[in-house]
Design a protein around this ligand. Structure first.
Ligand code: CP
Ligand code: NVA
Length: 304
């Protein structure tokens, strides 16, 4: 059977995503009670990082170890991938030796090309277009704090970037309404917005967009690879900071999330991470639990 991949949230069905999130919460409870688990004994995950990472690297590497397996950190600086060996050749070789491959890179097509030739499941650990692993953690966190997100209103404040695109996918899979508050010219692509239909709306005014929302989410204004645009973006996004006064316009029980790393004084005010609505530290920890569930699902083909 060909390997299942996880390049966007749409690679799993809604039912599979719900099973995976249930399993993630179970793994979290067991892990906290120090229940030993060897479900991925002798299994190996290759981790290809072409961009920096703290949460993604630590969660995948710790996750594999906690499940009895191992993870290999591969930087293009030290592998032939960084010296021009074709992605397809690298994929055939690496996937013939390991049980799953995780890739963080720039061009989304690179993970698609890798996956097309891979014998092992391939996981997108962030591209310029999507960050689906973060959405698993975000959806797990919302469920753990507030229950079902179905029918809720989520407002994305900031750049129409990789995280925002994954929120568009999540809106469809988890059946919530998504408002996107961004400066003109920083919207997600028209194709994505059109495909999403009425469930996703761009509202340029952040105060109007967050009104009555159940979840507010943001991310850095300049993503990895956009460092040259930092100054221009800081000016264009100046009115899009999430602060307690913006949260006050949302539903009184609204949650606040940020995938981190955060830039205090830019996309969030200094005090936002510690605000009563903030669940960012649970969200970060859930990367571990959600990805352990994902690894079991992709490598073992089942969750139990
Ligand atoms: N949120 C996230 O993916 O963090 P890292 O860049 O630290 O992996
Ligand atoms: N949008 C950010 C997310 C970092 C986890 C980036 O791509 O740099």
């Amino acid at each position: 059977m060909p390997a299942r991949h996880f390049l966007t949230l749409n690679d799993l069905t809604t039912d599979e995503l719900f099973l995976l999130l249930d399993h993630a919460s179970k793994l979290k409870r067991d892990w906290r009670q120090r229940v030993a688990r060897n479900s991925l004994k002798n299994r190996v995950l290759a981790m290809i990082f072409e961009k920096s990472s703290t949460r993604t690297r630590v969660s995948f590497e710790a996750g594999m170890t906690q499940l009895g397996g191992a993870a290999l950190f591969l930087s293009p600086r030290d592998t032939q991938l960084g010296r021009g060996e074709p992605v397809e050749d690298s994929s055939r070789v690496i996937s013939s030796m390991v049980d799953a491959v995780m890739i963080r890179t720039f061009d989304h097509q690179l993970v698609e090309r890798f996956a097309a030739m891979s014998r092992a499941p391939v996981i997108n650990a962030l591209t310029d277009d999507y960050h689906p692993c973060q959405l698993l953690a975000d959806m797990q966190t919302y469920r753990e704090h507030r229950g079902s997100i179905r029918g809720a209103t989520v407002t994305w404040v900031g750049d129409g970037n990789n995280m925002c695109n994954s929120y568009i996918n999540a809106a469809e899979q988890f059946d919530f309404n998504l408002r996107i508050a961004c400066p003109e010219g920083y919207e997600p692509s028209t194709e994505r917005l059109t495909a999403a239909g009425r469930r996703v709306r761009v509202i340029h005014d952040p105060a109007e967009a967050v009104r009555g929302s159940n979840l507010l989410v943001t991310d850095v204004w300049a993503s990895m690879g956009q460092e040259d645009e930092q100054k221009t973006r800081a000016k264009r996004f100046a009115d899009y900071q999430i602060s307690p006064s913006l949260v006050a316009l949302a539903d009184p029980d609204a949650l606040f999330m940020h995938c981190l790393p955060a830039h205090r004084g830019e996309e969030i005010s200094e005090d936002m991470l510690e605000h009563r609505s903030s669940v960012v530290w649970d969200e970060a920890e859930n990367r571990l639990h959600a990805q352990k569930a994902l690894l079991e699902f992709l490598i073992l083909g089942q969750l139990d």
